[in-house]
Design a protein around this ligand. Structure first.
Ligand code: MSP
Length: 680
C-alpha cells in the first residue's frame, strides 16, 4: 500500500473563511479521496495559524484576549470544513502545547548549532505584512504586497542563517524539477534566487508583539509567526507512522496559494535543511480566485461567502464548481452566473438527467430490477472500452494534479452515455416486445457506465455520488468497483431522488457591468493602455492545442497570465525573456478555462505567420505606448468589442491609428508585416 500525506496552509484566525480558503481545503480533500480510491493510506492535515500581529490586532479590535479570540475563531474553520464534507485527519492549532514545544525545541537546536545569531537591525517594517522590506522593494513608499504603510524601525533581533543555504537550495530545485509545481512557479522561485538570499529575521521584541511563542534563549522575544507556522507540518505528525511503519513526514504535497510561495519554497526548505529534516516531496501553488477580474477583498465587499452557495445550491455543487472551474495553478474568476451555468449544464443536465432517465426506464419497464446485457454491439463496446480506459486517465490526471481535465474526462463518459441513449432510444424499443432483450442491454450498459462515472466522481461530489449509486442499487466498496462489471443485472434499484435541481438564472448579473458608457470608435485609441511587458515563462494551454499560457511581467506587483494564440509561430524559447506589447486594460476573461488578463499584440506576415509587435530598444517593462497627437484618457477597462471598433494599421513597419503613429518616447513600435495589414 502506498502512502499519501497532504497539507493545506494553516489559516489565520483574524477573519471569516472565504472561497480562497475553501478552495485549498477542498482541493486537499479531493486529492486525499482520490488517493484513497486508488488504495493509498492517507493523512490530511489542516489547521489554524493563531499567533502573530494580525491575530493580536484582530483580538484587540474585538476587545478580547487573544487566547479567547483564537479559541472562538478556529471554530469557524472547523464548522466550514464540516459543512463542506472535508475529511481531515488532524486539525492543528499553533497554540497547541505540543506544537509550541516543538517550535521551541527546534529554535533551541538551531541556536545550539549556531544557525541563529543576534543583530541590531533597522529597516522598513510593514505591520500588515509583518515583515521588513528593502527600500527598493517598496512601491510608492508602501509595502509592495498589500500596499500598506511601512515604518522605519530599529531594534535588536535574531536571525536565521538562511543565506548560507542559497546554493544548496538552487541545486535541490534544479535536481528535483517536480518539487515546485506548476513549472512556471519553479522558474519564479529560481528567478528570485538569482539575487543574494539574505538571512531571515525570526524574532519580534515582546514590547511590539507579545502574542507568540517565546524564544527559548531570550524570553524578551517571541518567534516570527511564519517560523512558528511552517513548522506545523512537521510538529503535527511527529512520531506518527503509516500502517507500514513509514513515518508520515515528509509530506507528499503542501498545497498553497501563489501568494505564499516564497515562504514555502525558500524559508521552509532552508529551515528544514538547517534542522536536518528531509524536504516535502511537492509544493503545489494554485492561483487565485478573482471576483470580476480582481482579487477579492472584504473591504470592497467582493468576498464570496461559501456558506451562502452551499445553503442555496448544495455542498456537492459548490465542491464541483471549485474543482472544475479552476485550472490548478492559474487564476480563475468566480461569478454567480458562471456558477449557475456550470452546475446546470454539467450536473443538472448531463449527470442528473442521465441518472433520472436510466432509473425511470428500469422502473417502468423492468419493475425497478436491472436487466442483464445479452448482446453487445459496437456502440456498447465503445462505452465499455472508454469506461475501462478511464481508470488510467483519472490516475494520470491525479498524479499531475490536473483536476479540471480529470473531471472533463469523467463527464465525457456521462455525455457518451447520454448520446448512446439518444441513438438507441430505449423508449421506442420498449414499444416492441420483440426488442425486449435489446432494451435490457441498453439499460444495463447505461447503468454500468453511469455507475463507473459516479465512482470516479465520488471524491468530488461524495454524497451525491453515493445517493446516485444507491438509486442504481449499488455502492462504492473497493478498488475493484472502479472496473467494468460490478453490476451484473438483477440489482434492485433504490429510492429515486432529484440529484441536482436546475437553477433558475435571472439576468441580474448581466446588467451589473453596464454602468460604464460604451465607447465611440474615436475614443478607443485614447483609452487603449498599451504597455511593454516581458514574457517570463511559457506553458502549453491545458485545454487548447493552439494556445500558450504566458506568464508575463507588465511592471505590476504581480505577474499576469495571458493566453495567446501564437503557438504555431513561436517556440517557447523564442518567447521567454522577450519584450512584447501588452493590451493591458482589456477585461480579463477565461479562454478555454484559463483566465487571461490582457492580450499580446501582433500582426501577420505575408506567409500568414504571426509577427509580434516589437518595442523600441531600451524600452522598460511597464512603459506605456501612445499614439502621436492623441492624449490618453482616464484609465478604464475595455472589451474586445471596443478594440474591434478601430483598426491599427501597419505602414512601413510602423503602426498607425489613422495618421497617428504608435510610439514610446518618440520612437516607433514596429511589426514585420506588410503595409496595410492590421494589428490584432
Ligand atoms: N497563515 C498563512 C499560511 C501559513 S502556512 C504555514 C496564511 N493564511 S491565510 O489565511 O491568509 O491564507 C491561506 C491561504 O488562502 C493561502 O494559500 C492563500 O493563497 C489562500 N487564499 C487567500 N485568498 C485567496 C484567493 N482569493 N483565492 C485562492 N486562494 C487564496 O497565508
Amino acid at each position: 500500500m502506498k502512502n499519501f500525506y497532504i497539507t493545506t496552509p494553516i489559516y489565520y484566525v483574524n477573519d471569516a473563511p472565504h472561497i480562497g480558503h475553501a478552495y485549498t481545503t477542498v482541493l486537499a480533500d479531493i486529492l486525499t479521496r482520490y488517493h484513497q480510491l486508488f488504495g493509498y493510506e492517507s493523512f490530511f492535515l489542516t489547521g489554524t495559524d493563531e499567533h502573530g500581529q494580525k491575530v493580536q490586532q484582530a483580538a484587540q479590535k474585538r476587545g478580547v484576549d487573544p487566547q479567547a479570540h483564537v479559541d472562538e475563531y478556529n471554530l469557524h474553520f472547523k464548522e466550514l470544513w464540516n459543512k463542506m464534507d472535508i475529511q481531515y485527519d488532524h486539525f492543528i492549532r499553533t497554540t497547541d502545547s505540543d506544537h509550541k514545544k516543538f517550535v521551541s525545541d527546534s529554535l533551541q537546536k538551531l541556536w545550539d548549532k549556531g544557525e541563529i545569531y543576534a543583530k541590531e537591525y533597522e529597516g522598513w517594517y510593514s505591520v500588515g505584512e509583518e515583515r521588513f522590506f528593502a527600500e527598493e522593494e517598496l512601491v510608492d513608499q508602501k509595502d509592495p504586497i498589500g500596499n500598506r504603510p511601512v515604518e522605519w524601525i530599529k531594534e535588536k533581533n535574531y536571525f536565521f542563517k538562511m543565506g548560507k543555504y542559497q546554493e544548496k537550495l538552487i541545486q535541490y530545485i534544479e535536481e528535483n524539477p517536480n518539487w515546485i509545481l506548476p513549472d512556471f512557479r519553479k522558474n519564479e522561485v529560481l528567478g528570485f534566487l538569482k539575487q543574494e538570499l539574505t538571512d531571515l529575521c525570526i524574532s519580534r521584541p515582546k514590547s511590539r508583539l507579545s502574542w507568540g511563542i517565546p524564544l527559548p534563549f531570550d524570553t524578551d522575544y517571541v518567534t516570527y509567526v511564519w517560523f512558528d507556522a511552517l513548522i506545523n507540518y512537521v510538529s503535527a505528525v511527529q512520531n506518527k507512522n503509516f500502517k507500514n511503519g513509514a513515518p508520515l513526514w515528509p509530506a507528499s504535497y503542501h498545497l498553497i496559494g501563489k501568494d505564499i510561495l516564497t515562504t514555502h519554497a525558500i524559508y521552509w526548505p532552508t529551515m528544514l535543511m538547517a534542522l536536518e529534516i528531509p524536504l516535502p516531496t511537492h509544493i503545489l501553488a494554485h492561483g487565485w480566485w478573482l471576483i470580476d477580474g480582481s482579487k477579492m477583498s472584504k473591504s470592497s465587499g467582493t468576498g464570496v461567502n461559501p456558506i451562502d452557495y452551499m445553503d442555496q445550491y448544495g455542498v456537492d455543487s459548490f465542491r464541483y464548481f471549485l474543482a472544475r472551474e479552476m485550472v490548478v495553478g492559474l487564476d480563475s474568476t468566480f461569478s454567480d452566473d458562471a456558477f449557475k451555468r456550470r452546475i446546470n449544464s454539467d450536473l443538472a443536465n448531463d449527470l442528473g438527467n442521465l441518472a433520472n432517465r436510466v432509473y425511470k426506464l428500469v422502473e417502468t419497464h423492468f419493475n425497478g430490477v436491472l436487466p442483464a446485457a445479452t448482446q453487445i454491439d459496437s456502440e456498447a463496446q465503445k462505452l465499455i472500452e472508454y469506461s475501462k480506459e478511464l481508470k488510467k486517465k483519472v490516475y494520470t490526471n491525479i498524479e499531475q494534479v490536473k483536476l479540471s481535465t480529470l473531471i472533463e474526462d469523467i463527464m465525457s463518459l456521462v455525455r457518451m452515455v447520454n448520446r448512446y441513449l439518444e441513438i438507441k432510444a430505449p423508449w421506442k424499443l420498449a414499444k416492441d416486445t420483440n426488442l425486449r432483450e435489446e432494451l435490457g442491454t441498453v439499460l444495463f450498459i447505461s447503468a454500468e457506465a453511469l455507475r463507473i462515472s459516479l465512482c470516479f466522481l465520488s471524491p468530488i461530489i461524495p454524497s451525491k455520488a453515493q445517493e446516485a449509486l444507491h438509486m442504481l442499487g449499488s455502492k462504492l466498496e473497493s478498488l475493484d468497483d472502479l472496473n467494468w462489471g460490478k453490476l451484473k443485472g438483477g440489482e434492485v434499484f433504490g429510492k429515486a431522488s432529484v440529484l441536482f435541481p436546475r437553477i433558475e438564472i435571472t439576468n441580474t448579473s448581466k446588467t451589473q457591468n453596464s454602468t460604464q458608457k460604451p465607447l465611440f470608435a474615436k475614443d478607443v485609441a485614447a483609452a487603449l493602455d498599451l504597455r511593454v511587458a516581458k514574457i517570463l515563462s511559457v506553458t502549453n494551454h491545458p485545454n487548447a492545442d493552439s494556445l500558450y499560457v504566458l506568464n508575463i511581467d507588465a511592471g505590476e506587483a504581480e505577474p499576469r497570465i495571458v493566453c495567446s494564440g501564437i503557438k504555431s509561430s513561436y517556440s517557447p524559447q523564442e518567447l521567454e525573456g522577450r519584450l512584447v506589447l501588452l493590451f493591458a486594460n482589456l477585461k480579463a476573461a477565461p479562454l478555454r478555462g484559463v483566465m487571461s488578463s490582457g492580450m499580446i499584440l501582433a500582426g501577420e506576415t505575408e506567409n500568414k505567420k504571426t509577427s509580434l509587435v516589437s518595442v523600441p530598444p531600451e524600452s522598460k517593462i511597464g512603459e506605456r505606448a501612445f499614439f502621436q497627437n492623441i492624449e490618453a484618457s482616464e484609465n478604464r477597462e475595455l472589451k474586445i468589442k471596443d478594440f474591434q471598433k478601430i483598426q491599427l494599421e501597419v505602414q512601413n513597419k510602423s503602426i498607425f491609428y489613422l495618421d497617428n503613429r504608435l510610439e514610446i518616447n518618440q520612437k516607433p513600435l514596429t511589426c514585420e508585416a506588410p503595409d496595410g495589414s492590421t494589428i490584432h
